[in-house]
Design a protein around this ligand. Structure first.
Ligand SMILES: C[S@@+](CC[C@H](N)C(=O)[O-])C[C@H]1O[C@@H](n2cnc3c(N)ncnc32)[C@H](O)[C@@H]1O
Length: 294
């Protein structure tokens, strides 16, 4: 009886076909009208979603700890990559007055998140999109939250470093980011939380004029937020006592000899220059002499 049907019947049982809302019985399968049906028109739509991480929601207390760690405030645009039911994005809007965007590959989760935002009255502050977090554009974020897996974090890492603006905060629930060490690691009720601040790209040679009239030059090497290098004052070798990078702020302490008082320059990385951000020791912005890749 099945042989005449115009679809691959081997994969379907009568019981499954009954679930398609037809009034079927075994006899009706031989009905000539039924034979003309194209099965694809009636197939149950089961979305094929291949998740990199299963849905496990973050506990509400941990959500608050993540928002605290990221210092989320009303100026922020928070992206939760793999947003699940939207609880981090909604909490950021409800409790911190921040705008938020959630991205999830699972349409069920996106629907839940939208419903949750509507129920809590923050739908005008948040948006949820169905998509692959590994491909989505999150470059406008000021805060990114993650509850993924370490391997997925590592896969995301180059995009986080290259596409987010320096100073953007990233907070991850439970999973780190390979050899990109966090700026802060916190244990909250037995759960590890990690925070990174996206560093500006400062590797290379820089030169500037100090208020004293001396010309300073540094050659910096950079691995993520860690910076080291060499310094010269008026062409003579000096000591780069310390180099601290946090987001777009760089503090360089330079001294003539290990015994001498170090001059401390606090600079902000702006449009390929290092502009004085504190104090009056620096007379001109530092300009790049060459670009060094890291
Ligand atoms: C562990 S849950 C975290 C949910 C939410 N961020 C939270 O902390 O409550 C991970 C989420 O990532 C989503 N996901 C997994 N792979 C994804 C991908 N490639 N693109 C977008 N979302 C993905 C899953 O559907 C799931 O909702």
């Amino acid at each position: 009886m099945y042989k005449d049907l115009a679809f691959d019947h081997d994969d379907y049982t009568i019981d499954q076909l009954r679930d398609l809302d037809y009034e079927l019985d075994e006899d009706s399968m031989s009905d000539p009208d039924f034979r003309d049906l194209v099965f694809d028109d009636y197939a149950i739509e089961e979305p094929e979603v291949f998740l990199d991480v299963p849905f496990v929601p973050t506990d509400e207390k941990v959500v608050q700890a993540m928002l605290d760690l990221a210092e989320v405030n009303s100026k922020d645009l928070l992206y939760d990559l793999g947003c699940g039911d939207g609880r981090i994005v909604v909490a950021a809007a409800l409790d911190r007055n921040a705008r938020g965007i959630g991205i999830d590959m699972d349409p069920m989760r996106v629907a839940e998140a939208m419903e949750y935002a509507g129920n809590t009255g923050v739908e005008f502050m948040v948006d949820f999109f169905e998509g692959d977090l590994l491909e989505a554009d999150f470059s406008q974020a000021t805060v990114v939250t993650l509850y993924l897996l370490d391997l997925v974090n590592v896969e995301l890492r180059p995009r986080l470093l290259n596409e987010l603006r320096p100073g953007t905060r990233i907070v991850s629930h439970a999973f780190d980011m390979g050899d990109w060490r966090p700026d802060v690691r916190q244990n909250f009720s037995g759960i590890n939380l990690f925070k990174w601040i996206v560093p500006a790209k400062v590797a290379g040679s820089w030169q500037w004029q100090a208020a004293s009239g001396e010309t300073y030059k540094v050659e910096l090497q950079q691995k993520y937020q860690r910076v080291k290098g060499k310094a010269w004052i008026d062409g003579k070798k000096a000591q780069l006592k310390s180099a601290l990078l946090m987001g777009d702020l760089l503090e360089l302490q330079i001294q003539t000899t290990p015994e001498s008082q170090a001059a401390s320059f606090v600079m902000r990385c702006e449009a390929e220059q290092l502009v004085a951000a504190e104090g009056d020791l620096q007379a001109t912005p530092a300009v790049r002499l060459e670009i060094q890749t890291i």
